[in-house]
Ligand binder design. Sequence first.
Ligand code: TYD
Length: 211
Amino acid sequence: MTARNGRGIFITLEGGDGAGKSTQAELLTTWLRGAGRTVLRTREPGGTDLGQELRDIVLHRRGHIAPRAEALLYAADRAHHISTLVRPALDRGEIVLQDRYLDSSVAYQGAGRVLDPTEVRDLSLWAAEGLLPDLTVLLDLDEGAARDRLDASRTQYDRLEAEANEFHARVRSAFLGLARDEPDRFLTLDAGRPIDDIQHDIRSRVSELIG
Ligand code: TYD
């Protein structure tokens, strides 16, 4: 397995649907670029052309997708994304700021779809040739509050968003469990707080990381 790259910094944002990852990522990107850093802002699923096609299938295909097939589709997106976009950027010394990564697979396909979380993680690590983030920001939000936010902002739900609150509660506790298992990698923040307060905490941690 080829694990860490040489020079860049890999930051991922995780959390349930409606936790505010995109807003925080946008603010952080603007701040980092303002400080003269080169930032690759990307996401899974869908960070590449191939990924867009896979994203369309996993999020919008009508009808059932078997849980293992779903896990493999996310892993395929990840393999291509990491190999063609993320790792080259890290090798160039850039900061990669990514919405969702392997922790989403463990939480959604593991706890949500009830596959074995260790197997899902191993599948992702194989797909990504062992690459782990330097920092993972977990935006934690109670699933009821997350649902209220989604209701206010969406007219249509994708396949995962449309799952019952109970599914999202399992996903949430899986994320919290992952964060407890790897306290050095994770920064867990209460996503119910004001946007600027959350951003402040993220910047403090990122400042330590980039020196
Ligand atoms: P997206 O619109 O990117 O959600 P959000 O804006 O909340 O980040 O859709 C991604 C969906 O895919 C989201 O519901 C979580 C799910 N997902 C998985 O189930 N497994 C994965 O490995 C990833 C990366 C995402």
